[in-house]
Ligand binder design. Sequence first.
Ligand code: GEM
Ligand code: ZN
Length: 378
Amino acid sequence: MSLNISADFDSGNIEVIDASDSQRIELAIRPDSNSPHYQWFHFKVDGLIPGQHYHFRLGNAAGASYGHAWHGYNAVASTDHQSWFRVPSSFDGQALSFRFEASHRQAWFAYFEPYSRERHTRLIEQALSNAGCQLLATGHSVEGRDIALLRKGDGAPGKRKIWIIAQQHPGEHMAEWFIEGIIERLQEPADAALQTLLAAADLYLVPNMNPDGAFHGHLRTNARGKDLNRAWQDSNAQDTPEVFFIQQQMEQYGVDAFIDAHGDEDIPYVFTAACEGNPGYSPRQAALEAQFRSTLEGITPDFQSLHGYPRSAPGQANMSLACNSVGERYQCLALTLEMPFKDHDNAPNPHTGWSGQRSKALGRDVLGALAQMVQALR
Ligand code: GEM
Ligand code: ZN
């Protein structure tokens, strides 16, 4: 029986080079629509014979945006498109390969557990109907997809305004899983920590900043080929309407804390990067960052502050990044939160690696950390 490999669905990305030999199924990752970036893949295989072994080969892996990051990486697979697990993978300096023993006639493979647009729509509905959020404003992507800005809280004067945005980089699907964890906790009876947080702060949540890129199976850019996390100095309604919209909203409501949720291809840990290279970086911001990191480390083993990006030298920050731009403009706690495409090596889970579920748990725990320091945020 011949194999049928497809990716013509939400966040699908693969090119079939030659699927005639089950022991060497030659595939390639497709670049973003208007950009050379690529690394995200997500495809379905039909026609598998249960019990038979298959060998998949992504032949252009070395040329991916973070080609070195394939070392130590294991692909994710699913037999029902719902629950995902890691499959042992190897990178030979050119191709990423993985072997799979079929248990069903079909299987899906991806770079990370995908977050679908359908699930996003359900998440917005749950936020509005069960989590007490309001749809504060709706922006639109280049291709016209809604970008929801949710608010939990009444906007009363004196409330801290905590902004959490996700998936500027569309292939970093862990970011919307992270927001789902936040919204899930808001649907539960507020425990003491949540009561403390919500008494003093409103949450401004953007579950997906880049719906076009996510839908098209992009790694890094929007439908115009723009990296949204390099657009915060010159966003505009034509090329980067996603950032332009959120910046307008931030100006309207103000910002007292900012977290930008991302995924990192290479570093096998959860970590944060901050705005220490900003010209206006202050000791107060440094203290808030340290307090957030130590507080979150005390809450979960799925966070650490030893591994991460090199710190920017004073005055050398790239101000086009969201974290740096918002930190400078609002003189507040401003962080990029990175979750791994691999695993969090301080607390590894060989079966799933880092996953949607662990991203959700981290979202819940970030609310707990913010609750412990909410009075200090302004
Ligand atoms: C990163 S943020 C880069 C931050 N770099 C340092 N050294 N602080 C990006 O946009 O490249 C976020 C990401 O893509 O995950
Ligand atoms: Zn990113």
